[in-house]
Ligand binder design. Structure first.
Ligand SMILES: CC(C)(COP(=O)(O)OP(=O)(O)OC[C@H]1O[C@@H](n2cnc3c(N)ncnc32)[C@H](O)[C@@H]1OP(=O)(O)O)[C@@H](O)C(=O)NCCC(=O)NCCS
Length: 148
């Protein structure tokens, strides 16, 4: 496992995270979309660093103890090194200390890598949303980590 540091997202990280979004998703978040989260009181976004380099990030919204993961992404050159797991575990621990009830997310049904990551972190499959995604159209699996 590489040496990682996880920090709260700031303005200085937005450009690199927007680049990461573009590399990973067919409908990526824009710089403006990410920037708006800096002023959102419900939002907690964290960035994983390997030295000076951004390795990955995780975004979340905590609304009255119900936490929703908006996105998790790791740059291809840093994958399979435990970065995704470190980010998800870090977020879950933060939310435990904030007395959240659960952490939930959607993931594409075909995204087995991400599904295994979430299962490793203690998330359970709790449902499906038909045709939730576009580009390409696909069902979502709903996964939840129950804290209380
Ligand atoms: C999914 C993603 C975040 C995983 O990040 P990562 O840093 O590579 O994940 P980790 O190294 O922490 O892997 C944790 C576990 O997830 C599973 N996993 C992750 N990538 C995998 C792969 N390519 N093949 C098989 N299992 C994989 C494994 O169970 C792994 O544990 P192991 O390495 O001990 O076998 C990364 O692949 C990514 O950014 N993908 C594109 C964006 C995306 O799909 N995000 C999720 C949206 S819901």
């Amino acid at each position: 496992m590489m040496n990682l540091e996880i920090k709260e997202m700031t303005c200085a990280h937005i450009e690199e995270i927007a680049r990461l979004e573009k590399e990973c998703f067919s409908s990526p978040w824009s710089e403006d979309g990410l920037k708006a989260e800096l002023n959102n009181n419900f939002a907690r976004f964290f960035v994983a660093f390997s030295g000076e380099k951004v390795a990955g990030y995780i975004g979340s919204h905590n609304v009255l103890g119900e936490v929703y993961i908006t996105n998790v992404a790791v740059f291809p050159e840093f994958r399979r090194n435990g970065v995704g797991k470190a980010l998800v575990e870090f977020l879950v621990n933060e939310m435990k200390s904030e007395n959240a009830e659960f952490v939930t997310l959607e993931v594409r049904k075909s995204n087995q890598n991400a599904i295994s990551l979430y299962e490793k972190c203690g998330f359970e499959k709790v449902g499906e949303r038909k045709k939730f995604y576009e580009k390409p159209t696909e069902d979502a699996i709903l996964m939840t980590y129950f804290i209380k």
